[in-house]
Design a protein. Structure first.
Length: 909
């Protein structure tokens, strides 16, 4: 409700020649009282400990301290800062819609007070500052750690371990805290961290407990590959109250999510970690979360977002005061992000300069030498050279590595050397196929190695073995799709890994095995769509089942990584011992597979189609048209009950391929045509391509199939139709369209619920769809988000019915008509096209969805809607939607061939 304010202006007039004393003096308007407000939300960090219930903030005695305070007020809001009653100049920066203050406090500071001025707070923020003596032993150890001198560090460790038995309470905790840091990287670090955490918990020191929990999560996750233990520590962080704990919980939760394949969850977690760290001045944590945020966006295929995030992070990382180790790590991580973007064909910055800068810092003579980081930088530079088609440069970087490299890095080095061998003809760099090394555990690297091996075999003319190699690579992608978490847009991850399918299809075609080539295309397409379907099913899980599924995946991955680590140590044992170890591992591997099976079962996965025999054959009268983009050019397949034919094609002129002798007769004889399209081929509107004397649609009804099993329908029990009309109230043609459709449905015996304008809310629509058999939506549609996952029907008052809302419905109508724009638009970045509103309804159980690709004219949409329902309900029984839309579109084409009639299509399972 809008308020109205009246301003009363009182004018005092001085009249010349009139001095009558009876003229009353003007009255002043009383000052407007600005109401006081409640104190806004305030978060702060920098205390060693904060006593519960408003107790003091403990700071180290005899030294300066700095507090970061975030206040949830707008950036220009005036504040008064008092330290021990003395005003401080207000120096703040705008962060997350509020102000962040950085307050330097001298050793004698005892009290902080912050007041709001306009508007005034009802009560100020006050914080008592107390001092806590740090044991000299701890101070000395801290100085040793900062020196980086190994001898000083060893001496400090020995002194603390000797003195521990004589310390208790806060002094012992301080000693354990510095000791665990000094022991970082050693086997004893975790035990000391857990000991410090237990003591911090008993003393009620939640800030120290959060610090220890974050360290324990990192050790278990990064050094021990124990995701289950890491999850326990992250859960502990989530239970703690404090801004630092919230930032660390989000960061390590993001790392866990990325390890279990839930890249969408990881992006959200890293975004939360960035926000929380920025609020309270945890700059190193902010940079770390930002690096991971950019990398995961790149892995997901969200190119524009990843590039923007990487550039922002690099700019922040070059700010004064960033330490050399942090700067080096940041450069390496951002270079990897740009390398991922480059390999997937997205806009990117050059990774080579970043890696060279990192190497200069961490080299033996660099500002912060670190041998392992220097090795990683060299390996990454080799991969950059390979991506730039410079195998000789890659070889130079690989030969510059020392002989001894960490076991976890060995697989990356071996794969890079093999790729150099493949591209330069140096067969001595290729692995011995008779004695293959055990494949790496990292799925992306395993896939890369499998593709390279297949390409090598193909080069040597061993075609059958090359086919098997490409099939192995495809099976690795199948495995990757089995361990995904709740994710929107994860199909973009697969889009950058098309080399195995492209190599396989072209090799099979060359060998005359076109049936198998088409089968592999359908299986790969189904894999991408199953990812979408799996994410859709997980949306509908209860919170309890979702949490159970996450725990099962973490337990599975932990066990799998432990088995891989044990295999790397087999060389230490005799042959009989290795046999016994492998037997034990086999038993544990079966247990791991059982965990994965249970996780998949919880999601209620549909029918798994993993072989050619499981695919639905082309029945008599059906022609299946399948375009496929190859490494160079394209192929166009047509399958019918007699078999499969294929011909080379130009993606810009598929009509010419359809007219080829190999395909023309199969299309011309069809009674129904099913198109399996996605990516760039979707926008070609195959049903509208020139064919013979007309277009493909002249031959037979055309439907666009997901080629994927869907959920079972439920009987609504009554003939109910839902009609939604012009929710945004700016489409007059849509209003008229919906009225005509509602009248036609009512005249055909349907019970109609008509939602017009502001009546069209998500709550009403969701409730009605659970009962209806037909939905007609005449309004705005919007395609947005990563590969269409944020697509939505726009409802009244800025409400929407989005993809995830559709997928969460208990059931949906069997027949759906969406005449809004972009309701059938797909992503050209993925093989199968990703998600859209039409596909969401099909995956949720609809038998057919008529929708539009791209933007459509309001009048054309009205014409399609009105004519379509006249065709659908012309007789006593409903007409097939494909046949009905065919008649409508051909009629519109006859009226105006230049109209955008080709944008409408029928989507089916």
């Amino acid at each position: 409700m809008r308020r109205r304010f009246e301003l009363i202006l009182i004018l005092s007039l001085s009249l010349a020649g009139c001095d009558s004393p009876s003229t009353p003096a003007p009255r002043r308007a009383p000052p407007v009282a600005v109401p006081e407000i409640e104190r806004p939300r305030i978060e702060f960090a920098g205390c060693r400990m904060v006593e519960p219930d408003g107790g003091p903030c403990l700071l180290a005695a005899d030294r300066d301290a700095k507090l970061h305070v975030w206040i949830d007020v707008h950036a220009e809001a005036p504040l008064r800062i008092l330290v021990d009653g003395q005003p401080r100049a207000l120096e703040s920066v705008a962060v997350d819609g509020g102000q962040r203050l950085a307050l330097a406090l001298g050793p004698q500071a005892e009290h902080l007070r912050i007041e709001g001025l306009e508007p005034r707070w009802r009560e100020p923020f006050e914080l008592t500052l107390a001092r806590e003596q740090v044991p000299e032993l701890v101070d000395a150890a801290t100085r040793a750690a900062r020196s980086g001198d190994p001898d000083q560090i060893r001496e400090a460790i020995a002194r603390i371990e000797e003195a521990l038995d004589d310390l208790d309470g806060a002094a012992r905790l301080a000693a354990l805290q510095i000791l665990r840091r000094l022991l970082f990287g050693s086997p004893a670090a975790l035990a000391r961290t857990e000991e410090a955490a237990a003591l911090a918990d008993s003393l009620g020191r939640t800030r120290d407990l959060a610090d220890c929990a974050a360290a324990a999560a990192y050790i278990n996750l990064d050094m021990r590959n124990d995701l289950v233990a890491a999850r326990r520590w992250v859960a502990r962080l989530e239970q703690l109250d404090g801004p630092e704990a919230r930032a660390w919980a989000a960061y390590y939760g993001g790392l866990l999510a990325s390890r279990t394949g839930d890249l969408g969850g990881a992006v959200q977690a890293f975004a939360r970690a960035r926000t929380q760290a920025a609020r309270i001045g945890l700059f190193r944590d902010f940079l770390g979360a930002s690096e991971m945020h950019a990398a995961v966006l790149a892995e997901l295929g969200r190119g524009e977002q990843a590039l923007a995030s990487a550039r922002e992070t690099l700019a922040l990382g070059r700010a004064p005061g960033i330490g050399c180790p942090d700067r080096a790590r940041l450069l390496g991580n951002l270079a990897w992000t740009h390398l991922l973007l480059a390999e997937d064909g997205y806009a990117h910055d050059l990774p080579r300069p970043l890696l060279l800068e990192q190497l200069e810092l961490v080299n033996a003579k660099g500002e912060c030498p670190e041998p392992t980081d220097a090795m990683v930088a060299r390996v990454n530079l080799a991969y950059v050279a390979l991506a730039d088609a410079e195998p000789e440069e890659a070889h130079e970087w690989l030969t510059s590595l020392p002989e001894e490299i960490p076991s976890w890095l060995r697989a990356w080095v071996d794969e890079a050397r093999a790729r150099v061998g493949l591209e330069t003809g140096r067969d001595e760099l290729l692995p011995d196929f008779a004695h293959r090394p055990r494949p790496p555990t990292e799925l992306g690297l395993r896939w890369t190695a499998a593709v390279r091996e297949a390409q090598t075999l193909e080069r040597f003319g061993v075609s059958d073995a090359a086919v098997n190699g490409y099939l192995d690579a495809e099976r690795i992608l199948d495995e990757a799709s089995s361990t995904l978490g709740i994710d929107v847009g994860r199909e973009l991850f697969l889009a950058g890994r098309s080399a195995s399918l492209q190599g396989l299809v072209e090799l099979l075609i060359a060998r005359g095995r076109v049936d198998q080539a088409l089968c592999q295309i359908r299986l790969a397409r189904g894999r991408e769509l199953r990812l979408i379907d799996q994410a859709a099913r997980i949306v509908g899980l209860s919170p309890r089942d979702r949490e159970r599924r996450r725990a099962l995946l973490e337990e599975y991955l932990t066990l799998r990584d432990q088995l891989a680590a044990e295999r790397r140590e087999d060389w230490r044992f005799s042959a009989p011992q290795r046999v016994r170890r492998e037997r034990r591992r086999h038993e544990r591997s079966e247990a791991a597979d059982a965990l994965l099976d249970e996780a998949v079962r919880l999601a209620g996965a549909g029918v798994e189609v993993s072989s050619c025999d499981a695919l639905a054959p082309a029945r008599r009268g059906l022609a299946m048209i399948v375009p496929f983009e190859a490494r160079e050019g394209a192929w166009l397949f047509v399958a019918d009950h007699e078999g499969v034919a294929v011909t080379p094609a130009n993606t810009e002129n598929l009509a010419a391929a359809l007219a080829s002798p190999q395909l023309q007769h199969k299309v011309a004889g069809a009674q129904r045509i099913s198109v399996l399209a996605g990516g760039d081929s979707w926008s070609q509107s195959i049903h509208a391509l020139a064919f013979g004397d007309g277009v493909v649609l002249d031959v037979a009804p055309v439907v666009y199939s997901l080629d994927l099993p869907v959920r079972e329908e439920t009987d609504p029990g009554q003939p109910l139709a839902v009609v939604v009309a012009n929710p945004s109230e700016d489409l007059p043609e849509a209003q008229a369209e919906a009225e005509a459709v509602a009248a036609k449905l009512a005249g055909s015996g349907w019970s109609v619920r008509h939602h017009v304008g502001g009546e069209a809310t998500r709550a009403r629509l969701s409730a009605d769809l659970a009962e209806a058999s037909v939905l007609h939506y005449a309004g705005h549609g919007a395609y947005r988000g990563p590969s269409g996952w944020d697509a939505a029907l726009l409802l009244s008052d800025e409400d929407v019915l989005g993809v995830t809302d559709v997928l969460a419905l208990p059931r949906v109508p069997a027949t759906i008509v969406l005449t809004g724009c972009e309701t059938a638009t797909v992503s050209d970045r993925t093989f199968a096209g990703g998600m859209n509103l039409g596909r969401a309804f099909v995956l949720a159980g609809a038998s057919s969805v008529i929708a539009a690709d791209g933007e459509v004219d309001d009048a054309l949409a009205r014409g399609v809607g009105e004519l379509l329902h006249a065709e659908l309900w012309a007789g006593t029984e409903a007409t097939d939607p494909g046949a009905a839309l065919r008649r409508v579109l051909l009629r519109l084409r006859e009226r105006d061939p230049s109209a955008q009639w080709q944008r409408f299509r029928v989507l089916v399972p």
